[in-house]
Design a protein around this ligand. Structure first.
Ligand SMILES: Nc1nc2c([nH]c(=O)n2[C@@H]2O[C@H](COP(=O)(O)OP(=O)(O)OP(=O)(O)O)[C@@H](O)[C@H]2O)c(=O)[nH]1
Length: 130
């Protein structure tokens, strides 16, 4: 089965967490699910470099990548991922973000995180934030 190494940013600002909703995808089980921004690590990148690059590419959002929160392994029906989540904060010069690739976005309190329909791999990431 194809395997991806993925990084995800738990961006925290004013006590809220940035959550992004996917649009329609190739697979029904990831379509319209909520996730943390990020993506696949490319050859030669550190996880932190990959994360900063992904947030610039998909959101034009400069973030400071901080502590590693958790690494989760998840097998979807068609591929598997190892995903490491890092706590991130917007850089001082960040002036909001653009939504280039996602269907929706939301700043959520801890309580509100529980109400979203998360991608299956994210459930264990969300759990440690509660
Ligand atoms: N970015 C991100 N991807 C996640 C999360 N949870 C999760 O299951 N994934 C899965 O991990 C994979 C990450 O790929 P991606 O599509 O975001 O990566 P990418 O930007 O490099 O995509 P590309 O291959 O289209 O260039 C996707 O299959 C996505 O569904 C999450 O919280 N954040």
């Amino acid at each position: 089965m194809i395997h991806y190494n993925v990084v995800a940013a738990v961006v925290c600002h004013n006590g809220k967490y940035l959550c992004m909703q996917k649009g329609k995808t190739k697979f029904e089980y990831t379509s319209y699910k909520w996730e943390f921004p990020g993506g696949k690590i490319e050859p030669g990148e550190t996880p932190q470099q990959a994360l900063a690059r992904e947030l610039m590419e998909e959101m034009e959002y400069p973030v400071e990548v901080g502590e590693e929160l958790v690494t989760v392994n998840h097998e979807y029906p068609d591929f598997s991922i190892t995903m490491t989540a890092f706590l991130c904060t917007p850089k001082a010069e960040a002036d909001g973000f653009k939504r280039r690739e996602h269907a929706d976005s939301k700043w959520c309190s801890q309580e509100e995180l529980k109400g979203l329909d998360w991608a299956a791999a994210d459930v264990d990431v969300v759990r440690i934030l509660l």
